[in-house]
Each structure stands twice: as structure tokens, then as C-alpha cells.
Design a protein around this ligand. Sequence first.
Ligand code: GDP
Ligand code: MG
Length: 441
Amino acid sequence: LSERLGGVFDRLTKQGALSEDDVKTALREVRVALLEADVSLPVARSFIKAVEKKATGAAVTKSVTPGQQVVKIVHDELIQVLTGEGEPGALKIDNAPAPILMVGLQGGGKTTTTAKLARRLKDRDGKRVLMASLDIYRPAAMEQLKILGEQIGVDTLPIVAGQSPVEIAKRAKQQATLGGYDVYMLDTAGRLQIDQVLMQEVEDVRDAVKPRETLLVVDGLTGQVAVEVAQEFDDKIGISGVVLTRMDGDGRGGAALSMRAITGKPIKFVGLGEKMDALETFEPERIAGRILGMGDIVALVEKAQQTLEVEQAERMMKRFQKGQFNMNDLKMQLEQMMKMGGLEGMMSMMPGAGKMAKQMEGAGIDDKVIRQQIALIQSMTKKERANPQILQASRKKRIAAGAGMDVSDLNKLLKMQRQMSDMMKKLGKMGKGGMLKQAMK
Ligand code: GDP
Ligand code: MG
């Protein structure tokens, strides 16, 4: 009976695996969606290829079609690629005064974004900010920043005619130091296209102030062009992050994916309008949904997965109440732990598991060990998982070898399972599993 019960979990979680055909068919549609969203062709191509590898053979959630499952996998992968390292929207602005260099083509939204960001740093982070325009080519540009500064209550460097961008940058640094500012922002001049003079000028400014952040401001609607611009600026100047503007428009924002794939630099903010408060921290989930344009399907699969998790939890609770805890249960617990970010998250789950987590922590068990333990369980047959007590020396040897581990590792795992099983029996006796029931809620 318990052998059959063991299999129930597998049957519940999957109705099968994604075949190569399933994946290929679904990805054709995804490819069209990506291109429509203005993802650059080579990026779309390599992204699809990566997903194809990942998705083939993956489990299909109950009550979901293979195609829907692929879309969900694509969505998750998109988020993965879009997510940069570190805290979203974080800036390195310790060691006052910290220089932030704003670069990009003309009309991309540099000046507007400089002011938006200054406002955010002032209002949200309580920073004292000084802004300076290095655009000596268009007198109106300096005036534009000054007016924005007045509007948002942020100081701008007084305009002095006849200075070079580097001279202005140095003056900004001096004033920021003397004036006790936390941050000074340098809004550089742009060109309609990348040219050598522009690049040299920005390089000189960079060398003069050694910016803590160099943010590339690009029009998110320009797709392919945005990517070329990003690559060029990153090669020549070295950028620390990207701000995508005009994301309030109709565009689906495929540039975000191309940008991440090609430069690997984090997208820190998105511009969502002309107003000074229209700047937001970049949210990978939101952009992923927009690029793919298949939010309904993703929601459906997520719902199905949630339903399944609840069913699983209920089923498990029933088993625990009967004091049953075999290797399938342990495997699920271990996988849950990995999913919940290790031992810490596990503690809050349920009394039994919390105790196990504590024991494991005491024994110096980390995520790597958990992965190895899962591998050991995977190396067992169905029968062995359901009845770990049948494991004798020869079976143990085979299992350990299959997982590339020692029999002593397997013994530790078996001990853990026995302890858990004992604990479950005790808990089960405590009146219809009252404690467990509560913990599962
Ligand atoms: P710069 O040449 O790079 O300094 O670009 P500007 O900051 O002067 O911006 C050019 C135009 O784009 C201005 O009219 C801005 O109001 C507008 N703009 C900037 N960011 C955004 C945005 O996120 N959304 C929209 N809709 N317009 C923006
Ligand atoms: Mg400007």
C-alpha cells in the first residue's frame, strides 16, 4: 500500500513530461511574441535556445497543457535574465560626495531622468543632491536642468559660460565637497548618434571625477538601437546600470531583455512619463509580463501549481497524522527547503520540520548537502523510497554510488528519515494531529 502511496505524489505533480515537440511548437509562438516586443533577433534566438534546453523533459503541472507549461517556463526564465545582481534600484552613493554620471544619446531622457533621480534621492533617501549640466552645446539644456531643479527643490551648479565639460565637472565636485552634498549628478550632452567626440568628452569627464555610478539613459522604445547604444557606451565608458525611459508608451519593452542579455548590466530604473515623479525601480516581473504579453496563461499555470501545492500539503498532513514519513516525504521536505531559501524559511513551516531544520543546522548541513541528499533519494527505486527499512548493504552501495556519494552519507540520511518518522508518530498520537493541523494552516 505504501508503495502505491509513494507513487501518488508523482502522479499528482505531473501528467507527463514536456516532449521536444511540445516545446518546439510552443516556442514558435513565444519567438513571435518576443520579436513583436522588439527584442533583438540574436537575443531572441539565444534566449529561445536556452529555454528549449531547459523546458524539454520538464514536468507538466496537472490540468495545464504542455503549451501553457512552456509559456510559464519562458516567463520564469525571462524574469531570471532580467533580474540583475543586488538590490533593485540600489545606487552606490556612500563616501560623500558621490558622483553619478548620466550618459546617453540626445533626446533619450538624460536631463529629465537626472532631475527625477535627484528628486528620488532627496525625498526617499534624504540625500543632499547637487546637479550640474555639462551640455555646453545647447545653452537651453543648462537652463532646462536649472528650471527642473527649482521645481523639485534640488540645487544646480551655477552656470558659468565658456567652461569645458571637464571644467564644469571639476567645479561640481568642488562645490559638492565644500557644500556638504551627499551626491552630485553630472548630466552630459548627447548626440543624435554615437560619435567619437562625444565619447572622448564623456571619457574625459569620467576620468576627472571617477563616478560611483555611470547610468546609461536610453529610450526604451528604440529597441535595436538602444542595444547598440548600450554596447557602445559600455565598451568605451563602462556603465554601471541602465535607465529605460518612455516605458509609459505602447512599446512592449523588449529592449530590456536585449539590454540585459548583451551588456549584462542591471536595469535600475524605468521612466514612466514626463513628470518628475514618473521614475520607478525596475521590476523584472512586470517587464517580463509585458514583453511576453501572455499574462493570462502565466496566471493560470501559477494557479494550478498553487492548487497542487495545497493538495500535496493536505495529503502529506494526512500521512503525517498516521505517522507515515518515508523517503518521498523527506524528499519533498528537502525540496521545499531549497525552494524556501534554505533552513531559515523552513523553521516557520511546521513544528516537526522546524525541529529537523534545527538538527540539520546543528550538524552543519547547508544547501549543498541538501542537494546531495535529494540526489541520494533520487538514486533509490520507488520501492526503496516508500520502504527505506529494506535498505541492506548491497542496496546502499548501489544508491550511494548512483549519487556519487559514500554509504556513510546515505546512513546519515536514513537516520534523519527515521528520526522524522518517529517524530511524526508522536505528533500523530497527539490527538488527531491538532498541532500539525495548525502548523499547516
Ligand atoms: P536628453 O536630451 O537625453 O537630456 O533628453 P530630455 O531629458 O531632454 O528628454 C527628452 C524628452 O523626452 C522630453 O520631452 C522629456 O519630457 C521626454 N521624456 C523623458 N523621459 C520620459 C519618459 O519616461 N516618458 C515620456 N513619455 N517622456 C519622457
Ligand atoms: Mg539633456
